[in-house]
Structures are given as structure tokens and as C-alpha cells.
Write a protein that binds this ligand. Sequence first.
Ligand code: FAD
Length: 414
Amino acid sequence: MRQEGIIVGGGAAGLLAAITAAENGASITILEHMPRVGKKILSTGNGKCNMTNLHMTADCYRSGVAGVPMKVIETFSVEDTIAFFRRLGVLTMDRNGYVYPASGQAQTVLDALRDKADSLGVRICCDSKVLFIQQKAGRFAVKTDAQTYSADFVILCAGSMAAKTTGSDGSGYELAKELGHKIKKPLPALVQLKCKGDFFKAIAGVRVDVKVSLYTMDKNGDRAALLAEDKGELQLTDYGISGIPVFQVSRYAAEALDHRKRVLALIDFMPEMTDDQLFVTLKEQREYLKDRFAGDFINGLFNKKLAALFLKSARIKADQPISEINNKKLAELCQVIKEASFEVTGTNPYDKAQICMGGVDLRDVNHDTMESRLVQGLYFAGEILDVDGICGGYNLQWAWSSAHLAAVSATAMR
Ligand SMILES: Cc1cc2nc3c(=O)[nH]c(=O)nc-3n(C[C@H](O)[C@H](O)[C@H](O)COP(=O)(O)OP(=O)(O)OC[C@H]3O[C@@H](n4cnc5c(N)ncnc54)[C@H](O)[C@@H]3O)c2cc1C
């Protein structure tokens, strides 16, 4: 007899799971509470959809059980993903390892998934919020606000709490909890950081290449333990810091703050130079501009707004002759530039986050199949699980791979 499966959530994971399960002969229904499926896919990669990444290693992921993300990804690899989309008519392009649809449009990815699901006869029921999942006598009853569906297996891929306007409102966690699963507290990740300081408004909008290092703080407000670091383009905002390197380290800030630790972001605004090289450069600058005033001193090195902030922090007055800036002051200025420190007071809320860390505890999931260890026939895929990847296509790859494995396992002969 043909197996019947319900997929809860028509996001990246849900659509790929539906296609795979339908290709394996199952009769599939997607229950999606938004008016349309795949809304989040449209916002990925700034509308271009960074689908995956050719550089795929274990350190690109964090998870409650070490090694799980790569083990799952090996079952449906980056090459498999690219080939899968090619079969759906989507050509991909590689930009330094970051893989996008050649069309440059996320819409292409969503259309291809939806069209394939349609052609396989997958039933897509939108405006259908799943409220309850129950298992009775080996079959599932899945209750939405409109009706109750019956199925042999359920794949729960309702996402996290990040970017709620795309549909992931955290209700998937509640469904998992009601089925006995533990949830590791979800926290915003790949998100901007709010920082202490009244000067941020003055430098908002500035973009600059930096190295960001996150530390916990001791009780004196000094650096304690290094949490994470990354390099790339920093974006200064009126509330704090943003940009890819901040996103990459943000989960550690979220976690430490949640554990009531104080967090410090140390920013090196001249990462390509050592302290000594910067000092020599500043000495040179002093020589070249010896007839001018300090207000102009480092305008040739930094954005004007930043330069003014650095001078102010090093207590160098704008109307002071440059020739009078002594070596001690230069060293102080070097330190301000190389070790600017900002206390992180929080992350932006879930709505602004690209993903959540935390989710369904991996210890209660079979990593070879994605099946629940507690409820036979229940599977998980995507961001609902306690796996988070760095920026760069890693979270979609996790969604594709875990969905594929869940669907293959659910439709395998028992
Ligand atoms: C702005 C932004 C940019 C991003 N860019 C990238 C990128 O370029 N590359 C990358 O790899 N990752 C990116 N991500 C992350 C990536 O989009 C997600 O990790 C991935 O889409 C998660 O897929 P998912 O299917 O698990 O969850 P989702 O895509 O969130 O899908 C879950 C679905 O379940 C539905 N749902 C939830 N609860 C219920 C319920 N109770 N009943 C019925 N339906 C329900 C939701 O409406 C949603 O459609 C980005 C995220 C954001 C927000």
C-alpha cells in the first residue's frame, strides 16, 4: 500500500523532503500555515539565495551533539545538492565557493522546488496551521485549525523562531515538546549586536574591514575568555555592530549573555597591520602632515567619522598641531585603533536574526535516519533541530541534507 506522509512546514527543508518522499512513491501532503510556501527562501542571500558552499567542514556548524551536521551532510552532499537542483532545471554558479542559482534570484530556487512538488502530485495545503500531532495505533493524526489529517509518518520541519514574518514562529518547538522532545533554548544567531556607547549614532553607516574578537568580561570589565573571532566587513549602526563578521560570532554573544555573562567585542580596525607596522605608519603620517592640525591626521587612513572617534578616544584635540603629537600619544592612538572595545548589551531580536541556535535536542533523534527516538515514524529536518551553521549557504545545506535523509528514511521499506 502507498505510504502517506505529512510534512509540517513548507520551507526549504519541507519542500525538499516532500519531493524526495514523493519520488520514493509516498503520497505527500505539506501543511503550511502561511498563505504560500517557501517565504524564507525568498529572503536568503539578499534575494539571491546562497544555496550551499563548496567549502564544507565540521567547524562550519555548531550542534548539541558534535559531528552530527557533517554526518548528515555526507548522506546528501554539496555535490548531490547541486545535482538535485540541476535536475530541477536550476543551474548554479560558484562565487569563491559560495553557490547561488545562476539566475541570481532566490525565486528560481523556490519556483523549481514548488513546480517539482506539483509535478509529483504533492498536495500543498497553505493557510493550515498545525496545532497538534498525535500518534495512535501506528498512525498519526495531524490537526490543523481546519481539519485533521492522517498519515503513516510525519516530517516536522517547521523551522525556528528567526524572521517570524517568513512563518517560523516557534510553534514547531511546541509540537515537538508535546511529543516528548526536549528543546535546547533557542536564541537569535547570525544577528546584529547591540553595544554600549553614546557615539554609535555619529558613526552609523560606516563600513570597514576589521577583525572582531568576542570575549567574556571579568568583574573588573577586563577581557576574560576568548569566545570567537572573525574578519570581514563591519557595519556600524546607531545601536551597535553588524555585518558578516559580527553575524558569525553573534551566537556566542547570545549564549554568553543568556548565561548572564558580560561580553566584550574587541575590534581591530587595522587588521592587516601589526601594532608595530601601524605605529611606523602613524609616525610617517606625522612627518608627512607636520604642517597640519590633528583633526586631519588620520583622514587618509580611515573614514572621517571613524577618524574623529579614534582621535577623541585617544584624547588628541583636533586643533592641536600634528607635529606636537608625541610617540606616547601615537602609541595610545594605535591601541584605540587596534583594540577598540565595546561592551555588548544584547543581540537584536529573533525577528532580525537569520537563524536560531538551539532547538530540538539531537540526543533524542537518530542521526542515521533523522527519526525521533521517542516516537516511531516522526522525523525532523532543518532549522528546528539544534544545529546552526555559519553564514555562507551552510544553513540551507543543513536544511537540504537533513530533509533528504529524513524523507529517504521515512519512505524506506520497514
Ligand atoms: C534574511 C535571511 C537570509 C538568509 N540567507 C541565507 C543564505 O543565503 N544561505 C543559507 O544557507 N541560509 C540563509 N538563511 C537561513 C535559512 O534560510 C534557513 O536556515 C532555512 O531556510 C531553514 O529552513 P527550514 O525549512 O528548516 O525552516 P523555514 O524556512 O523557516 O520553514 C519552516 C516553515 O514551516 C512553517 N511553519 C512553522 N510552524 C508551522 C505550523 N505550526 N504549521 C504549519 N506550518 C508551520 C513556516 O511558515 C515555514 O514556511 C537566511 C535566513 C534569513 C532570515
